[in-house]
Design a protein. Structure first.
Length: 381
């Protein structure tokens, strides 16, 4: 039992549900390829200001990667969930990629490769974008890492036409040694990516992305789209060339998209599969066994929690992800790179606590209650 406040400061008793997600490991040949985009743990004792250079707690960060790997989940490393471009810079991302390769060498890991070593305002033209991509491609591949070609803020700033996107992606993909995952992140996640693929119109933008894939099909494992619109994802999924995967990045509609329909399904590359890792492993293991009821019974109830975590302003969803990692004992504090723990209000955390409990996502309910009480005390409750 714990007394929790509402948005008006009125308290009421909350009794925990007692629900627990069953433990399961995703098999080596799962029904869907599943990546969890993993968060990073900040060093709470650093003397650096939150607005300055990031200081990562590498021990705790790597321990979480071992946990994901032990569940059989793939890891999407150094992505948006790791606060890439919102606290973690390129040098920090490369170190993260290097340490993860050493920590879980046998895990399925794809790594974010972008252009974030240059500010969009510093990019004078497409050649600057190319050079930035080339640098990261070479650095990650030199570590033996697979690539996720991240959408580029610099590209969005300088590209003027369809041909600009085709030209840059053609040149970058030519340097990729193994097939990559392309990355379409909507502007709700990153406003600087507005108009990516050269248009604000979905159909026009999709046509450019599909043209990039068609021209470089042997270099593309799949594409992750994060537009929070299941219909757009399904439309694009049905137009992908044979053998090119759709990785859902839709943190609002993932059960339906992963389950699929008669014409196909999506694999998964999701930030929400960081806090939902045990649910994802169990549900997709059951899907592989043909037990669609268990799949939906496990994942469907998590959707309200995910929609809460990813509510607008969507780019601050990382705060909810790290909050749950703290509640579940994966780290000893609720401090984030860039001070991002302050980017959501107290009622948000209260509702996450209740939703996570209802879904069976609190690994140690007593510890979670203790930590929730500490947070409430910090707010004067």
């Amino acid at each position: 039992m714990i007394r929790l406040p509402d948005a008006n400061g009125n308290f009421s008793d909350y009794r925990l549900s007692g629900n627990t997600i069953p433990v399961a490991r995703l098999p080596a040949d799962p029904a869907r390829v599943v990546f969890s985009a993993a968060h990073v743990v900040a060093d709470p004792f650093t003397g650096n200001d939150p607005s300055g250079a990031a200081t990562v707690d590498w021990k705790a960060t790597m321990a979480f990667r071992r946990y994901l790997s032990d569940l059989g989940l793939g890891i999407a490393e150094a992505m948006d969930t790791a606060q890439r471009g919102m606290g973690l810079d390129w040098s920090g991302a490369l170190e993260l990629i290097r340490q993860t390769k050493q920590e879980v060498p046998g895990a399925l890991v794809f790594n974010g490769c972008g252009t974030d070593q240059i500010e969009p305002s510093q990019a004078r033209g497409l050649d600057d974008v190319r050079r930035a991509y080339f640098e990261q491609v070479e650095a990650i591949q030199s570590l033996g890492g697979r690539l996720i070609l991240m959408a580029s803020r610099a590209m969005a700033a300088v590209a003027k036409s369809r041909d600009d996107y085709l030209s840059v992606y053609r040149d970058v993909l030519s340097r990729c040694e193994e097939p990559v995952v392309l990355h379409w992140l909507g502007d709700m996640f990153d406003p600087a990516l507005k108009g990516y693929w050269g248009s604000d119109d979905f159909e026009a933008a999709m046509d450019v992305a599909l043209a990039v894939i068609a021209e470089n099909v042997t270099k593309v494992d799949g594409i992750k789209i994060s537009l929070l619109d299941k219909d757009k994802e399904i439309v694009m999924r049905r137009r992908l060339p044979a053998g090119v995967k759709m990785y859902t990045g839709d943190d609002f509609n993932y059960p339906e998209l992963i389950a699929g329909d008669k014409l196909g399904f999506s694999h998964a590359l999701l930030g929400i599969f960081d806090p939902l890792a045990p649910a994802a492993a169990y549900a997709i293991a059951k899907l592989g066994e043909g037990d669609t009821n268990a799949f939906h019974h496990t994942l469907d109830p998590t959707v309200p929690l995910s929609r809460l975590i990813f509510r607008a302003p969507t780019q601050f969803y990382k705060t909810g992800v790290v909050f749950l990692a703290w509640l579940n004992g994966f780290q000893d504090h609720f401090i984030m790179l860039g001070g991002a723990q302050a980017m959501r209000p107290l009622p948000y955390f209260v509702e996450i606590f209740k939703h996570a409990d209802a879904c069976g996502l609190l690994r140690d309910p007593d510890k979670a209650v203790e930590r929730m009480r500490k947070l409430l005390a910090l707010y004067g409750a």
